[in-house]
Design a protein around this ligand. Structure first.
Ligand SMILES: O=C(O)CCC(=O)C(=O)O
Ligand SMILES: [Fe+2]
Length: 557
């Protein structure tokens, strides 16, 4: 890919230049990329090249007449020297140029100073999609009436230059003007998407780019099949958190063997992977997120009636910050609704008062909620067992070798609600870094994002939402079974993305009475057993009671 420097002439007679990165198709949509206050740097040109690969004829314009500087004092002077009328004429001229060269749609995209001008350009001449990364967007609704296409804007909650209040005023003015606009605020500072900059925030940058990518594709109608943008962030790529189709599971043929090999590799190297072709209906996946939305919108008093502390089996509602026996544990910024296996009152385990077996609590005022949640629970039970069998194969065992300890598993489903986080990460976060304690977790997340996984190098990798997939992660019991051959990765949730988030993890665990010990094949002279065997039920009971209030469960003990 190469960059060409091209020129055009303004009505005033002045010649201006820009760096053009061409997409492969001549009739590709056009994108005007506007630099930060430093001027047109090589990094902006490199971004233009990446955007061209994604399917846009991208013009990295120059509003500083060839000058640039990384010295803030000089950059400030350059910025203040910009003549607004000339900048407007320049951006309008490039819009015309792109359309005259085959673009049916034209978008603008800019950062900081360029963010300001991305919106101004769209007020001066028709633009089909406008993207602003933290720019000066103070415009009255009357001015915004001139907008032709939708706006997508990204701001940092800690930005003192282009503040969250400014973001809100843009949102209000767009609404008032009857224009389409999505304004997002991330838990981040100014210029959070600038890789290598002091405020670079990979998680926020990754999600902002993901949204930008989807927005531009939609509104500029980029040709189908063009490469996806690779943001300059530590967004998890599939080589880091793999995406595995499990369509072949159960076939017993070579295609299944390949899937098993991929699962083994993911288990050993990452501890996390996405699955597709898992057989769970997309409508059910979206449906359970909808049930989360309904549930957590219930009046506080009704939620409190279902408090987890009422329950003998840690099922029920947990408010933000509630803790169990371990009062030292920092509080997480989430509320939860726990559901355990639904058992009838005459179930032998319930009659014998075996811990962790009992009744769920259900809201009286949500028709269909219980049915939907239990239906989803059953889907997870089935999927959990299929995955367990895949793991048995991945461990070199017979497909059904582990089944016997999963006859009446003490799995748990949790509906989670993460409010928007606007405090600093180290004060209180969605879910503090932890490893899951069971065998494996099947996680469904909504489209907000927030899950981050720690890789072997100690970096936090974003695990972005991918519609229609589940994330599978291995827990400490898998580590015990395999003598630490299968990773159980640290992960956390930081809701930096300006919207409330819902997720639904299902924790797949063995039977209450199961005793887990390391499988023989993982122990030899050079790999002595590292873990003591555990009684699954007692282990989980102790774990839960440290974590959650447990008055009723203790009373039954
Ligand atoms: O909400 C999420 O995405 C992850 C939740 C989680 O890690 C957990 O509950 O163990
Ligand atoms: Fe977890």
């Amino acid at each position: 890919m190469s960059i060409e420097i091209i020129q055009t002439t303004l009505p005033s007679g002045k010649t201006v230049s820009a760096a053009l990165a061409r997409a492969t198709r001549a009739d590709a949509p056009g994108l005007i990329l506007i630099h930060e206050w430093w001027g047109l740097l090589d990094e902006t040109k490199a971004m233009a090249e990446r955007l061209a690969l994604q399917g846009y004829n991208t013009l990295a314009v120059d509003l500083y007449d060839g000058k640039s500087s990384m010295d803030p004092a000089v950059a400030g002077k350059l910025m203040n020297g910009v003549d607004p009328a000339e900048a407007t004429a320049t951006l309008t001229a490039w819009n015309t140029w792109l359309r005259e060269h085959g673009a049916r749609k034209v978008g603008t995209l800019g950062f900081c100073f360029g963010g300001t001008w991305s919106l101004k350009a769209s007020l001066a001449a028709p633009v089909d999609a406008t993207v602003v990364f933290y720019g000066g967007v103070k415009h009255a609704a009357e001015e915004l009436a001139a907008l032709h296409g939708p706006v997508l804007a990204h701001f940092g909650s800690k930005d003192t230059i282009f503040t969250p209040e400014l973001a809100q005023s843009l949102e209000r003015a767009l609404k008032q003007a009857g224009k389409t606009g999505d304004v997002y605020t991330y838990l981040a500072d100014h210029a959070f998407a600038r890789e290598g900059g002091p405020n670079f925030e990979p998680g926020a940058a990754a999600l902002a780019w993901q949204r930008t990518d989807a927005f531009l594709r939609k509104h500029l109608e980029a040709a189908a099949g063009t490469a996806a943008y690779t943001p300059p962030a530590r967004q998890a790529s599939f080589s880091e958190i793999p995406l595995i189709s499990i369509a072949s599971l159960g076939r017993g043929d070579a295609t299944e063997a390949a899937t098993i090999a991929a699962i083994r590799k993911a288990g050993q190297e990452v501890g996390f992977f996405y699955i597709t072709d898992h057989g769970v209906d997309l409508a059910k996946m979206h449906g359970i997120i909808e049930q989360c939305r309904r549930f957590f919108a219930l009046p506080k008093a009704e939620l409190e009636e279902m408090r987890l502390a009422n329950s003998q089996c840690f099922a029920g509602y947990l408010a933000v910050g509630e803790r169990g026996a371990n009062a030292q544990r920092p509080r997480d910024l989430l509320e939860a609704f726990n559901i355990c296996t639904e058992l009838p009152p005459d179930d032998p385990f319930v009659l014998r008062k075996v811990p962790l077996h009992g009744a769920n609590q259900w809201p009286a005022s949500l028709p269909g909620f219980r049915e939907s949640v239990l239906d989803y629970y059953r889907e997870m039970d089935k999927l959990g067992l299929r995955l367990l069998q895949a793991f048995a194969l991945a461990l070199g065992l017979d497909r059904h070798a582990l089944d016997a300890q999963y006859r009446k598993p003490i799995s748990q489903l949790r509906l989670l609600h993460y409010p928007v986080q606007d405090q600093a990460v180290d004060e209180m976060m969605g879910a503090r870094s932890h490893r899951d304690v069971g065998v494996l977790t099947i996680l469904l997340q909504d489209d907000v994002g927030g899950l981050e996984v720690c890789n072997a190098a100690g970096e936090w990798i974003v695990a972005p939402p991918i519609d229609g997939t589940f994330i599978i992660n291995l827990g400490e019991m898998m580590k015990l079974l395999t003598n630490d051959q299968f990773a159980s990765a640290l992960h956390r949730v930081v809701n930096r993305y300006g919207r409330q988030r819902f997720s639904v993890p299902y924790f797949f665990n063995p039977d209450y009475d199961a005793r887990l010990s390391t499988l023989d094949q993982f122990i030899d002279a050079t790999h002595p057993a590292q873990f003591k065997p555990i009684h699954v039920g007692q282990h989980m009971f102790n774990f839960y009671r440290n974590l959650w209030p447990n008055t009723a469960a203790m009373a039954a003990e």
